[in-house]
Write a protein that binds this ligand. Structure first.
Ligand code: EPU
Length: 468
């Protein structure tokens, strides 16, 4: 069995409970429906805390991250109901403090609690944030978040097991320059500034489509927010916000993941719900590699031409660049391209750990500390193996592999589909965090898969209970 992935001193502990057995070697062919973006839905749920009336979020996927945030809202007195499939109603009328131990027990694997800070301080005058989890793809510090909160006037008190945030003089608008266009820190500013006293100007903001959808939600709630083309966001704080009614934008990471499955297996997938504007950068790369696609009002059909794929050089970047979360399934597809591809990861320092197990399946991937690509990045000169050279085409063989993290894990499924023979993919409950009903979708695409659980503890399925 391939060793669990991980490098740079990071240990990856993967629960061995759930195993997906994949008989690979046949092209995927069919339709999958993709719903709201994981990296937007969870933030929109946090935004509901800021309103004085209930919020309605639509197009919500059944993923574990939604279950976690539902639970966290419930702990803070927000009444969350699911009147219909994909619809959440969140009533924040009785927001209250949660017990620290409960937050900790609940939030273990999620980084979302850090975004509760601003809304909770506005509502209750304080917030307690436990130590954060999330995928192990680098150090993933929260220094930008804490610096930003301090600039709003918050007092950050580090304690054992977490951080207590208070604001004795209230939260006040401020001028912030982010050292890097961090998605989370930008969301932190938005969720705090909308009800802070006075004006906030944020320079160097991230402008991912999920962030712009959060801006849309906040505007529906009564916030006043302007987004300039030079990464400057301006917020005029208001005293009160109301609930919103909003349909989440489609998950562009899941869309690209299925597209890469089509490329790697020489098949075709119609992704129902996929929209072109958020996918433009990916679509250009998909075409350069040799894939074909048709955009319709209902979604996007991704096809492999059947002939050899073309290699390419690219680097991941913040929006509008090529997403870091698109990188892993694309790397698997590039193992089937005719020649040498280069991928330079510039967002996270440690996002190639997953390639080790691919080597065991027959892929030829070498990772380097150097910035391979046109633009040196902030990791250049450090010890991080953040560039990959992928030689193709290589025939992939089935293997026993252990899921290292969410995106790396899905890319293993793509590799297993493309490989000849049987693969046993262990720890697939990590994939449940961000891919809705993926085993059912694989079956709908004609894949030969079998899901077994070796754990005595039944795994969460990412379903949102009707009433929490
Ligand atoms: N960073 C810091 N300090 C901070 C915050 C970030 O140094 O306080 C660094 C990070 O270590 C990283 C870079 O800034 O090197 C970018 O991190 P960012 O804050 O943009 O990422 P994030 O908000 O933690 C979100 C998504 C990630 C996605 C990134 C980039 C969520 C819940 N997570 O993370 O999604 O890769 O933005 O687009 O929205 C995933 O879905 O699998 C995933 C990891």
């Amino acid at each position: 069995m391939a060793a669990p992935a991980g490098c740079c001193g990071l240990e990856v502990h993967v629960p061995m409970g759930e195993v997906l057995t994949v008989q690979g070697g046949r092209p995927v062919d069919g339709t999958v429906a993709v719903r709201g973006a994981k990296n937007f839905v969870s933030k929109a749920m946090v935004a509901a805390l800021l309103g004085e009336t209930p919020s309605v979020l639509r197009n919500v996927p059944e993923i574990r991250d939604v279950t976690v945030v539902t639970g966290l809202l419930g702990l803070h007195g927000v009444d969350v109901t699911q009147p219909d499939d994909g619809v959440l109603v969140m009533d924040p009328t009785d927001v209250e403090s949660a017990h620290v131990a409960d937050i900790d027990a609940h939030a273990g694997a999620s980084r979302i609690p850090i975004l509760f800070c601003g809304p909770l301080v506005h509502r209750l005058g304080e917030a307690f944030i436990p130590d954060l989890g999330g995928c192990r793809i680098g150090d993933r510090p929260i220094n930008y978040h804490l610096d930003v909160l301090r600039q709003f006037g918050a007092v950050v008190d580090k304690r054992e097991g977490g951080i207590r945030i208070t604001a004795p003089d209230g939260l006040r608008g401020t001028r912030i320059d982010l050292p890097y266009p961090s998605v989370g820190a930008t969301e932190q500013v938005l969720l705090t500034a909308v009800r802070a006293e006075g004006f906030t100007e944020l320079r160097g903001a991230a402008t991912e489509p999920e962030i712009l959808d959060l801006v849309a939600v906040l505007q529906k709630m009564g916030a006043i927010i302007g987004v300039d083309t030079d990464r400057t966001i301006r917020v005029e704080g208001v005293e009160r916000l109301r609930g919103y009614d909003h349909r989440a934008l489609t998950d562009r990471i899941e869309t690209a993941s299925w597209a890469c499955a089509a490329l790697a297996t020489r098949g075709q997938v119609f992704v129902r719900g996929a929209t072109q504007p958020e996918m433009m950068t990916f679509l250009n790369v998909f075409r350069k590699v040799g894939g074909e696609f048709d955009v319709t009002d209902e979604g996007i059909r991704f096809r492999s031409p059947g002939s050899r794929l073309r290699p390419l050089a690219l680097e991941t970047d913040v929006h509008p660049g090529f997403m870091t979360d698109w990188q892993q399934p694309l790397v698997v597809a590039l193992t089937q391209a005719d020649g040498l591809s280069i991928v330079h990861e510039t967002v996270y320092e440690n996002r190639f750990g997953f390639t080790k197990a691919l080597g065991g399946m027959g892929a030829r991937i070498q990772v380097y500390r150097e910035c391979l690509g046109s633009t040196p990045c902030r990791f250049g000169g450090a010890q991080f193996r953040h560039s990959a050279a992928i030689s193709g085409p290589t025939a992939l063989r089935g293997d026993d592999i252990v899921v290292p993290d969410l995106r790396g894990g899905f890319s293993y499924l793509v590799a297993a589909l493309a490989a000849t023979g049987v693969s046993r993919v262990q720890g697939i409950e990590l994939i449940d965090r961000g891919y809705e009903r993926f085993a059912e979708k694989l079956e709908a695409l004609g894949a030969d898969v079998d899901w077994t659980s070796t754990s005595s503890v039944p795994p969460a399925r990412g379903r949102v209970p009707a009433h929490v």
